[in-house]
Design a protein. Structure first.
Ligand SMILES: Cc1ncc(COP(=O)(O)O)c(C=O)c1O
Length: 412
């Protein structure tokens, strides 16, 4: 019997859910088409023990997603991993299509990898750099990305030019100017972060990409925080390479990421992990990562379904409302200072602040220990530190009131 037919038949025997489609409960109000945010929040509240304000690190998985993931894990646990992989192909293809649709590209232009770090490394390590080629990045880029650039300069003799942005004074125009001035005739690649992890602001990446292209420089967009957070279309942004994680703002199971490469550039990026000869111009060459948690890829589906039911535009508006809500209450906290300039840049569900002369790390520890509130202490590009708050669709105003009340007590 043909291998595929055999697997399909045997998967039907063991009950692998290769055609299963998980359904989230309805949280759209009948008649008004409005979202019931309390019902959304309930889908994520397991024991009401913690308020999770750190979706920037990784989102909370919804109950429907977790149930489906558990079901897939069990089935993979008592069959072999590749049986699951083959059996779930229709579902995985559908996931890929919907992921590609969300950023306006074709499903053959993306590879499903495990996270942004991996996607960026596949790209940077496989890029045909020559000695003395220059790469521009910024000090607000993610530390692991900057580490990879440092390794490249050691191993391939590339030159890295890291620009420093003064986030307290910069505007969109000065930021664009600074990127522009950093480009030289040797600059082959610009590594650009869509939403830096510390300040959480949305950078004008379309404008910066256009300037880079005028200089003959390609652009790798680190969109770890952009996917399923802010609407964007890769054809419009016109970036050459794009990397993101799906376990942050999409709330997909951990270990899901995506790499996009412009069609005509796929061939020039070497796969640094084993691949087939006939896959030179196929994104599949980046997906051969050995045996992996295939159930995690299948279980992207309920997370996608959840997002599509809410709608990305509506999600962003809600997250902006929540960010504005806690920022408006910030003056009630003694010596609190907003560190994200939301007046100069667009923003979504992430911003940071600090309390003058107090350790952000200690405050975050106290929030967790004494108030069961999860926030993130983050290093700022200028060496200072701040407290980053990420709101997601499961956060309600009452959770932010809890945060402000706790901070008022901590700040004294
Ligand atoms: C801007 C940015 N890039 C890359 C990453 C790495 O993401 P991951 O750990 O999912 O690979 C992060 C993680 O927070 C990030 O903030």
């Amino acid at each position: 019997m043909e291998r595929r037919k055999f697997l399909k038949k045997s998967s039907a025997l063991v009950g692998l859910p290769y055609v299963a489609t998980p359904h989230n409960p309805s949280f759209v109000k009948k008649n008004s088409n409005q979202i019931n945010w309390k019902a959304v929040s309930k889908e994520f509240s397991y024991d009401n023990k913690y308020v999770n304000l750190n979706s920037g690190s990784a989102g909370v998985i919804s109950k429907t997603t977790l149930n489906f993931l558990n079901q897939c894990s069990q089935e993979m646990g008592y069959t072999s991993p590749y049986q699951g992989w083959d059996a779930w192909q229709p579902l995985i293809k559908q996931n890929k299509q919907q992921l590609a649709d969300l950023v306006g590209v074709n499903k053959d232009e993306i590879a499903l990898v495990r996270n942004t770090t991996e996607a960026i490394n596949l790209l940077l390590q496989g890029y045909p750099f020559k000695a003395n080629d220059a790469i521009v990045a910024a000090n607000h880029d993610y530390p692991y990305v900057l580490n990879t650039l440092e390794q490249l300069s050691k191993n391939k003799n590339t030159q890295t030019n890291i620009i420093s942005i003064d986030w307290q004074s910069c505007t969109k125009a000065t930021l664009i100017e600074q990127y522009k001035n950093s480009l030289t005739k040797n600059t082959k690649l610009l590594v650009l972060t869509y939403i830096p992890h510390s300040v959480g602001l949305i950078l004008p990446v379309k404008e910066i990409t256009a300037i880079a292209h005028q200089n003959g420089t390609e652009v790798l967009l680190d969109a770890a925080h952009a996917f399923a957070h802010i609407p964007h279309n890769l054809k419009e942004l016109n970036c050459d390479y794009y990397a993101t994680s799906l376990h942050k703002w999409l709330s997909a199971p951990y270990g899901n990421g995506l790499l996009y490469i412009k069609k005509d550039k796929v061939e020039k990026i070497e796969p640094v992990i084993s691949s087939y000869k006939n896959e030179k111009d196929s994104m599949q060459k980046f997906e051969h990562l050995g045996t992996r948690a295939f159930q995690n890829i299948a279980a992207i589906q309920p997370a996608l379904d959840f997002l599509l039911k809410i709608g990305l535009e509506r999600k962003l508006k809600r997250l902006q409302t929540l960010t504005k809500y806690w920022i408006n209450r910030l003056p009630e906290i003694k010596n609190a200072q907003l560190m994200s300039n939301i007046h100069a840049f667009n923003f979504g569900g992430m911003a940071c602040f600090k309390i003058k002369d107090r350790s952000s790390k200690k405050i975050v520890e106290t929030l967790m220990k004494e108030y069961k509130i999860i926030a993130k202490s983050t290093g700022l590009p200028n060496g200072d530190s701040a407290i980053r708050i990420s709101t997601n669709v499961f956060i309600l105003e009452k959770h932010l009131d809890q945060l402000v009340d706790a901070l008022k007590e901590i700040a004294g």
